[in-house]
Design a protein around this ligand. Structure first.
Ligand code: URA
Length: 221
């Protein structure tokens, strides 16, 4: 049977595969020394929704896929809540290799790695990016405002929208109230995608913050 694939999607998939191979061989920062494998991404190369975490943990490092541990299970539940599956979205992290002992990624590691994420966003071209937690939110939005204040907003960003939310690992630590907040953020992200698909233009998303936007990413130094 002839499988006809959208040429744009094919192209995006091939470009992402090329980038993934570069990440797998990357030695630009110290994180390459202890990784089992680089964790590039999971999901659809033509997704309307992209979610960005922080860094791979132990399970991710072993399997080579993002969000496959407990935080990943919660992510799957949050997606299910809004009628999505992992394969409907694109999942990536700020840094592609596991920081030893799951420590926070350091500014120089983020700076060395962020070109991969910038290319992933350009190639996938999602309508909405959900930044999960402080690291991805601060990087994309070039802000020092913390995630507790950022979340719940729809922020215009380079022709698309960023919807910041908590990191699933934080929700696992903090309990059901934070999970409920994340559910409402995921619903907000989906509503924003649907609004942008409305041929009549729909009503404008609620925008309460508009950070300075001089370059795709801020410096983390
Ligand atoms: N936490 C993250 O930020 N990313 C993963 O891939 C897993 C856990």
């Amino acid at each position: 049977m002839l499988v006809v694939t959208d040429a744009g999607t094919m192209n995006a998939a091939a470009r992402l595969a090329q980038l993934a191979a570069q990440a797998a061989a990357c030695t630009d920062c110290r994180l390459c020394e202890e990784r089992t494998r680089a964790v590039f991404a999971d999901g659809s190369p033509s997704a309307d929704l992209m979610v960005i975490g922080e860094a791979p943990g132990r399970n991710e490092d072993l399997q080579g896929l993002p969000f496959v541990g407990r935080a990943g299970q919660l992510l799957n539940e949050l997606l299910e809540h809004v009628g999505l599956r992992r394969q409907d979205i694109y999942i990536a992290n700020v840094v592609k290799c596991r920081p030893p002992g799951n420590r926070d990624p350091r500014p120089d590691e983020i700076d060395a790695c962020k070109h991969f994420l910038a290319d992933q966003i350009r190639i996938v071209d999602p309508k909405v990016v959900m930044t999960m937690g402080n690291f991805s939110s601060k990087l994309l939005l070039k802000t020092e405002i913390g995630i507790t204040r950022l979340r719940g907003n729809v922020i215009p960003w380079w022709g698309r929208h960023v919807v910041p939310t908590f990191h699933p690992a934080a929700a696992l630590r903090n309990g059901p109230k934070m999970v409920d907040v994340m559910k409402s953020d995921f619903a907000l992200a989906v509503a924003t995608i649907n609004r942008s698909a409305d041929p009549t233009g729909g009503s404008r998303p609620v925008i309460r913050e508009e950070p300075e936007q001089l370059g795709l990413f801020g410096s983390t130094r």
